[in-house]
Design a protein around this ligand. Sequence first.
Ligand code: SF4
Length: 599
Amino acid sequence: PGQRDLAAATYRTIDGRGRAFAQAPTGIGKTISTLFPAAKALGLGHAEKIFYLTAKTSGRRIAEKAIDDLRGGGARLKSLTLTARDKICFKPNGGSTCDPDQCEFARGYYDRINDALEDIFTHDAFTRTLIEECAQKHRVCPFEFSLDLAPWCDVIICDYNYVFDPRAFLKRFFQDTRGQYAFLIDEAHNLVDRAREMFSADLCKSEISGLKRLVGKTHPDLSKQLDALNRYFAKLGKKVEQEGDGECWISPQLSTDLMALVHNVLRAAEKVLEQGAALPFWDELIECYFRVLGFERIGELFDEHYTTYTEKQGRDIRFRIFCLDPAHNIRQALERGCAAVFFSATLSPLAYFRDLLGGEEGDTLFSLGSPFPPEHLRLLLADHIETTYKKRGESYDDIAESIAALVSQRAGNYLAFFPSYKYMEEVATRFAEAHPDIDLLVQESGMSDREREAFLSAFDAEPSQPEQYTVGFAVMGGVFGEGIDLVGERLVGAVVVGVGLPQLCLERDLIRHYFDERDISGFTYAYVYPGMNSVLQAAGRVIRTASDRGAILLVDRRFAQSRYRQLFPASWHPVHSVRNPAHIAQSLTEFWCHDPTYT
Ligand code: SF4
């Protein structure tokens, strides 16, 4: 269900050279439902290439599999998965200071590339593994090789930045030209903040002064230009004290003096870089050069959708060009292609995402219902507990006992999401003391890939003993808050503590003021919608297939307010209000007794 609607809308959007924003719940098969019609449109000449944009490795794999399935069904498609230079580079420094003159995979590249192309063209799916194997065999740079494959491919699977980021977009397709490219944008809810980051830039005084120290007197012109920029940063530091609040100074203007100094540094650095990698400070220079170049490019985009701020960071001064509203820049980038379909399980409210992702009135907006039986989900709302910052201290025990009440009704795996590490740890301490019989895992800040895998491996298998209870405590909006797929018994319940509001910070407040000035509720755009998106993502971990059953417990008085309630998906109906742990247990006993696997 829903698959046909999404496929039809995608086809119509590409055929009509339009834009569509689709909220399509988990289980619909969003990837195949967008790739299949896009491939059909390609076959009929409505587009010349498909860009499938996804931020995650898991999304890339799903897209590769869907394209394999299309090929299995007879479609003749060549596809390419682009991997970031620093990940696919064969050299130990990951290409961050890539100097083609010094790299054996770049020297003589054009002598060997034709053999590599001929070799790989016997395949249709140019995956990362295949590209690496072939590039090693022919001793060519894997990143350049993948870029050289791109013009020959029908579908390119890549990160958002290859289309949108002014510092990284694919110049061979998008520089000053427009093509018949269809953009399929997966997990598009992530693009709002990703785009803000892509269209923003910063520089620190320490970067400039650090490079100046290394350059010393060896290159007088570069040294002079760095010195001038460094002095400008010192002046900015004074502004923080004289015109700001001592910590930060906000200005809606971008100084042309600053950009002229930045320009001078770049030109002087280029002259030095022409001398090649024999320089003792080559790595530092090239790194700083690209940082400053990125800053200049972002500065060129500066307009009324931006602001700037300078802040003190210890003894350092940081200047940031901050994109408040990425819509205009995204729209410009979309003009590089002919059609775009944005989709996600949590693209709600659609008009908000349309407005911030470069859409306009008249674009197609649609939301598909959940394909899962509604009776498979029990949604509980503990709105007697307050989780606002002031009231948190009073809520720890109540939350610990509410989680225990949820878990104790059925053996299995559960996740509980919290608004902050501090809050999570306070509840975890109480929970562990009161319920030593329940296995507890707690997310830690800055976990390595291996530690994350270890955390998730506790959810890998179905419980080995019938009475095994496991709860993972995690932070909402963090690495376990989305993109993990715990099907069936791997996850039978989730607790969401709080309405997910992002932490109060300068940038969020700047966004808030920006929208307030435009007669749009800034608090809603800066805090409520992003917060509820994290809530929906976290809660969305529970029901992943038509046979999954599970319970979600929302904990916060604010969930009862219409501002939040109206953002609940239709599949969250009915909402069962619970007043205490005994009430939670009672509601769940009644729910689970309908589950045939419940004993
Ligand atoms: S040329 Fe390619 S392989 Fe060599 S350092 Fe640069 S990115 Fe890495």
